[in-house]
Design a protein around this ligand. Structure first.
Ligand SMILES: C[S@@+](CC[C@H](N)C(=O)[O-])C[C@H]1O[C@@H](n2cnc3c(N)ncnc32)[C@H](O)[C@@H]1O
Length: 193
């Protein structure tokens, strides 16, 4: 295990998973509900317990990939969603992954990575998207950056800098239907390659 993998696996083993809301985030499920082609390829990196993947699977999406650097959440997922294809559970480092997807879903992964890697994150997303593919999801922000992390929570203006000129930003707006503790503090993003 490298340092990053060891760090996150420990968080999972010690149940230090305060980010986990226990179900799929409503702004993301609302977006999923607008997708008619259930065969599109979808990646959820830094997926954790991957409630969004469970939602997709239960709603008939057949080409969903769940990725986490820590093995533990993938084991949890396997146990919880028994009929999900095992070969679609990827115990990998996002930054080393290869592949191309129609849709990549972001949910508290961006704020989990070192801010020094944000530019690399945006470029990697572009690499992993098919032409016309979407990066969609939620970015938690604050009006003032909070020191330390993870989570590395910054201003939405700071986040935006990393995506401008890399992806075509179709939506970057405060989510309307966030869960109560995050209401007003999540940007819904929809960016296209
Ligand atoms: C803050 S948690 C979010 C989990 C989930 N998306 C959620 O919202 O509940 C971040 C997750 O990203 C994973 N992770 C961190 N660095 C990663 C990397 N380089 N590649 C893949 N997964 C990573 C961690 O193991 C952890 O499960």
């Amino acid at each position: 295990m490298d340092n990053t993998q060891e760090f996150w696996q420990k968080r999972w083993l010690n149940n230090k998973t305060g980010w986990d809301i226990g179900y799929a985030a409503p702004p993301i499920t609302d977006y999923i509900d607008t997708i008619t082609d259930k065969s599109i390829s979808i990646l959820i990196p830094g997926a954790g317990n991957a409630y969004e993947a469970e939602y997709l699977h239960k709603n008939g999406f057949t080409n969903v990939y769940v990725m986490d650097i820590a093995p533990k959440p993938l084991e949890n997922f396997k146990e919880r969603v028994k009929d999900f294809p095992g070969e679609h559970l990827l115990n990998e480092d996002f930054f080393k992954h290869t592949g191309q997807y129609d849709l990549i879903i972001e949910q508290t992964f961006f704020i989990a990575i070192d801010p020094a890697l944000r530019g690399k994150y945006a470029l990697k997303m572009r690499e992993l998207l098919k032409p016309g593919g979407h990066l969609t999801g939620l970015l938690i922000f604050k009006n003032e950056p909070s020191p330390g992390g993870p989570p590395y929570v910054d201003t939405k203006e700071e986040y935006l800098l990393h995506f401008e000129g890399v992806l075509n930003i179709q939506k970057f707006e405060i989510a309307q239907n966030s869960i109560k503790p995050r209401a007003g503090w999540e940007v819904f993003i929809d960016m296209v390659k």
